[in-house]
Ligand binder design. Structure first.
Ligand SMILES: [Fe+2]
Ligand SMILES: [Fe+2]
Length: 313
């Protein structure tokens, strides 16, 4: 299996090659900062004691209706069907933002209605810039941020793992920003946890700089990552760029998810980011979900991406 690293230090091509090789997807087992890959499906048959899984979905953009995907409701519905068909139902679902395209009440209504079809009803959200730019996130907070702090950040514990939802969807100077208030909260939140606690951080815009020219990064992300350094297992899940990218740095695994609505070009592969039209029959192979399997015994997380295309890649 050939691995390549592109100019930005991101092993996207190698990752996609791995996915193609595996047929339906690729699992990365993360243990003590060492990543090893294995084919999707292996050792995934059941949840032993101390194991659980959750699913990440992202960038539903309900309300979008341009040629890149004229029916984003249908692909979100296909996403729900895919989650419902998973052999092991997730303990919950995480949506990493851009729920809507223009933050209109009807768009949020439609998204809620479709996600109600999930067998698993518990969904944790963080906002994307499409959910907040119209009204500074007011409607988003009313609907999804009731128990959150600030602009929608929060944390929770689940079966020995600590989950942190961060908000970095305010784009300043082209990059996302967490801001001093949120960083202070994060530092205090993490202080109370032992270094052996597995931590999963989720936010809309990548916490590391994927591609500065397109604003695909978080300008004060380094500070947040500094607070996370002492933990033995950290998984950072993001959306926004509508494609899978993965990077491992020390004990931190960074991973971005596909969109459920439309793909975007690879970094620098087009004059600007935005919806990318692909042949209609290819669309669903560019959309999908991320299934994260958690093994409490050795604090390993396996991150598996799979597309909405029933034929595989
Ligand atoms: Fe998006
Ligand atoms: Fe976004």
């Amino acid at each position: 299996m050939k691995r390549t690293t592109n100019d930005h230090g991101i092993d996207r091509r190698g990752f996609l090659e791995c996915m193609a090789w595996a047929g339906t997807g690729m699992a990365w087992s993360i243990s003590a900062g060492i990543a090893s890959s294995r084919a999707f499906g292996q050792n995934m048959a059941g949840h032993a004691k101390g194991q659980f899984s959750f699913v990440q979905i992202s960038d539903s953009h309900i309300g979008f209706n341009k040629p890149a995907n004229p029916d984003v409701n249908a692909t979100l519905q296909a996403t729900v069907d895919k989650i419902n068909a998973l052999p092991q139902q997730p303990d919950f679902i995480i949506h990493t933002g851009d729920l809507s395209h223009l933050a209109k009440p009807g768009e949020f209504d439609t998204m809620d209605e479709i996600l109600k079809g999930c067998r698993q009803k518990q969904v944790f959200y963080v906002p994307g810039e499409h959910d907040t730019s119209a009204d500074d996130g007011k409607l988003y907070m009313e609907r999804y941020g009731k128990n959150a702090k600030g602009k929608g950040w929060y944390s929770f514990d689940h079966k020995g793992a600590h989950f942190v939802g961060l908000v970095n969807s305010a784009a300043l100077e082209g990059l996302g920003k967490l801001g001093a208030e949120q960083l202070e909260w994060l530092q205090a939140d993490l202080k109370a946890r032992g270094s052996s606690t597995p931590v999963v951080v989720f936010a809309h815009i990548p916490l590391w700089t994927v591609y500065q020219d397109w604003g695909w990064g978080t300008q004060d992300g380094e500070q947040a990552l500094g607070y996370l350094k002492r933990f033995g297992s950290v998984t950072v899940l993001n959306g926004h760029i509508h494609q899978v990218m993965q990077k491992v740095e020390g004990n931190v695994t960074f991973h971005t998810a596909m969109s459920t609505a439309f793909p975007q070009p690879g970094p620098g592969k087009a004059p600007s980011p935005g919806p990318m039209k692909v042949p209609a029959e290819k669309l669903r192979s560019t959309l999908g979900i991320t299934d994260v399997q958690f093994v409490a015994r050795n604090h390993a997380l396996a991150v598996v991406d799979s597309t909405l295309d029933p034929q595989g890649l």
